[in-house]
Design a protein around this ligand. Structure first.
Ligand SMILES: *Cc1c(COP(=O)(O)O)cnc(C)c1O
Ligand code: SF4
Length: 453
C-alpha cells in the first residue's frame, strides 16, 4: 500500500528523478515560477505517470511542474531578479502578488457573480449560475492531490480567493436547494472535494440525503483524484468507506456522478486507476470525463481520440472538452478556437458513437458555456458557428449564432458578431466585455483581463 507524499517547492529535491534529471537552470525556473503559481505534485504522479526519460516533453511533467515559459519574460525576470538578489520573504510575496494580479486571477467573475443568498445571508461557498445545477465548495475540499500548471483555480491555492473560506455546513445549502425547485443537481467542487476524508464527506452527503429534498436528483463530484491519486478509491484507509458512501447515495435513489478530470491517455495507463474506476462503477456511480485542450499537453487529435477510446473501454463516459481559460499561464497553454475545433472534430471522427457523448470545444465564459460548432461560410462571409450548451438564461441554449471568423481568436471576448450586426443575440441581457475595447479604455492602466466578463 502506497502512502501519499506531496512535493512542493520546499521538498521537491527529495524526488530522486528531479535531482537526477533537472538541470540547474530548470530548477531555478521552477522556483521562480513556483513562487507565483502554485506548485504541488506527489509520489504517484512522479513514479507512475511521468516518463522521466523524456520528461521535457512529457505531458504529465508539463501538467504538474512549472517551467520558465509559463510566466511572461517580464514577470519571470522580475521574480528571478528578486530571488537572485536574495530578497526576503515579504518582498518576494509582494512581487508575487503584484504579478498574480496581472494574471486575471478571477476570470468570468468567479468570485462576485453567481453567489446566491438566502434570508439575507450570502452563501459564500455556493455558486448558482445554471438553473439545474448548484455548485458547492466545501471548505475542506479546496486543495488537490497535485496542482495542474494551467489551473484556473490557482488563486485559491495561493490564498487569494475568498472561496478558501467556503462553507463548512450544509444547513444553508439545503435551505437554498429547497428554495430552488428547478435545481436537480448539486456539484461538489474545489479544489478537489475528494481530497476530503470520508468522515468529513459523509457529514455533507448524509445531511443532504436525510434532508429528502424532492428536487435533488443528482449528486456530483468534480475530481482529479482518479489521475492524481487513484489510491483514494483503492488502498487509502478510508477508501472502502468512500465507496460505501457512494452506494448510500445510489440507495437513496439519486444519480451519482464523478466528473473526472483527465488530460491525457497516460493518466489511464496504470493498474491502479483501472482498479479505481472499476470499484467506483461497482457502486453504481457513473464516471464522466472532462478536460481542457492545452498546448504542450494534449494539442493533437490522436491524443483525444485515444483518450476517449480508453475512457470508454475502462467504463467512463466522455463529457466535455473545454477551451483554455483566460487566466494564469494562458499564453503558454492557449490554442486558437479554430485549432481547438479542428482537433475536436478530427478526434471525434476517429471514435465510434459510443465515445461521441463528448461535447466541445466549449468556453466557460461569463454568459455561459459556449460551444464552437465550427468554421463555415455563409453568404460569402467566413464565420464561426457557435451555440450555448449552458446559459445564464436557459432560453439561450441551442440557438446557433455567428461570429466573424478570426484565426487568432482564443476566447469569447475576441469575437465579434458576423453579418455586420452590432451584438450577439444575448448581449441585450449580458454584454460581452471585448478585449479590444477594454484595452482602449484602460490603456496604460490596469491589466484588461482583470475586468473581463
Ligand atoms: C459546467 C458548469 C456546471 C455544470 O454544467 P453541466 O453542463 O450540467 O455539467 C454548473 N455550474 C457552472 C458554473 C459550470 O461552469
Ligand atoms: S485538479 Fe482541478 S482544481 Fe486541482 S489544480 Fe488541477 S485543474 Fe485545478
Amino acid at each position: 500500500m502506497k502512502k501519499y507524499q506531496a512535493y512542493t517547492l520546499r521538498n521537491y529535491l527529495d524526488i530522486p528523478q528531479a535531482r537526477v534529471h533537472l538541470s540547474e537552470e530548470e530548477r531555478f525556473a521552477l522556483e521562480v515560477v513556483g513562487h507565483v503559481l502554485p506548485f504541488k505534485t506527489n509520489n504517484y504522479v512522479v513514479e507512475e505517470l511521468i516518463d522521466w526519460s523524456r520528461y521535457r516533453d512529457d505531458p504529465i511533467f508539463i501538467l504538474t511542474f512549472p517551467r520558465k515559459e509559463m510566466l511572461s519574460p517580464e514577470h519571470f525576470d522580475e521574480m528571478a531578479a528578486a530571488i537572485r538578489g536574495g530578497a526576503g520573504k515579504p518582498e518576494i510575496r509582494l512581487i508575487a502578488n503584484k504579478i498574480r494580479m496581472e494574471l486575471n486571477p478571477h476570470p468570468a467573475g468567479q468570485l462576485s457573480r453567481n453567489v446566491p443568498a438566502i434570508d439575507g445571508v450570502k452563501l459564500t461557498g455556493v455558486q448558482h449560475k445554471y438553473r439545474e445545477t448548484v455548485l458547492f465548495f466545501p471548505s475542506q475540499g479546496q486543495t488537490c492531490h497535485a496542482y495542474c500548471t494551467f489551473c484556473f483555480r490557482w488563486p485559491q491555492f495561493v490564498g487569494m480567493n475568498e472561496l478558501k473560506f467556503a462553507m463548512r455546513d450544509t444547513e444553508l445549502v439545503i435551505k437554498y436547494l429547497k428554495s430552488q425547485p428547478l435545481a436537480t443537481d448539486i456539484l461538489f467542487t474545489g479544489g478537489d472535494p475528494l481530497i476530503m476524508k470520508t468522515k468529513v464527506l459523509r457529514t455533507y452527503i448524509e445531511s443532504l440525503i436525510d434532508a429528502r429534498i424532492p428536487n435533488l436528483r443528482s449528486i456530483r463530484f468534480g475530481t482529479k483524484a482518479l489521475s492524481y491519486w487513484p489510491q483514494r478509491f483503492t488502498s487509502d484507509e478510508d477508501a472502502d468507506g468512500l465507496l460505501r458512501l457512494f452506494e448510500k447515495v445510489r440507495k437513496a435513489g439519486m444519480h451519482l456522478a464523478l466528473m473526472a478530470h483527465f488530460n491525457h491517455p497516460n493518466e489511464l495507463k496504470t493498474e491502479e486507476v483501472r482498479k479505481a474506476v472499476s470499484r467506483i462503477r461497482n457502486t453504481g456511480a457513473i464516471i464522466r470525463t472532462q478536460s481542457p485542450i492545452m498546448r504542450h499537453i494534449n494539442d493533437k487529435a490522436e491524443i483525444w481520440a485515444q483518450m476517449w477510446q480508453k475512457q470508454v473501454e475502462v467504463g467512463c463516459v466522455p463529457y466535455y472538452m473545454f477551451v483554455a481559460r483566460d487566466t494564469g499561464a494562458q499564453h503558454y497553454f492557449a490554442l486558437p478556437l479554430e485549432e481547438a475545433w479542428n482537433i475536436f472534430r478530427k478526434a471525434y471522427q476517429q471514435v465510434s458513437g459510443i465515445a461521441r457523448t463528448v461535447r466541445g470545444p466549449s468556453m466557460s465564459a461569463g454568459p455561459g458555456k459556449v460551444q464552437v460548432l465550427g468554421v463555415s461560410e455563409i453568404a460569402g462571409e467566413k464565420v464561426f458557428a457557435l451555440q450555448f450548451i449552458q446559459g445564464r438564461n436557459p432560453d439561450w441554449v441551442r440557438r446557433p449564432f455567428f461570429a466573424r471568423y478570426d484565426p487568432e481568436a482564443i476566447w469569447l471576448n475576441d469575437l465579434y458578431p458576423a453579418f455586420g450586426k452590432e451584438k450577439f443575440f444575448f448581449e441585450t441581457e449580458f454584454p460581452v466585455q471585448r478585449k479590444a475595447m477594454l484595452n482602449l479604455r484602460q490603456a496604460g492602466g490596469l491589466n484588461y483581463k482583470a475586468a473581463m466578463n
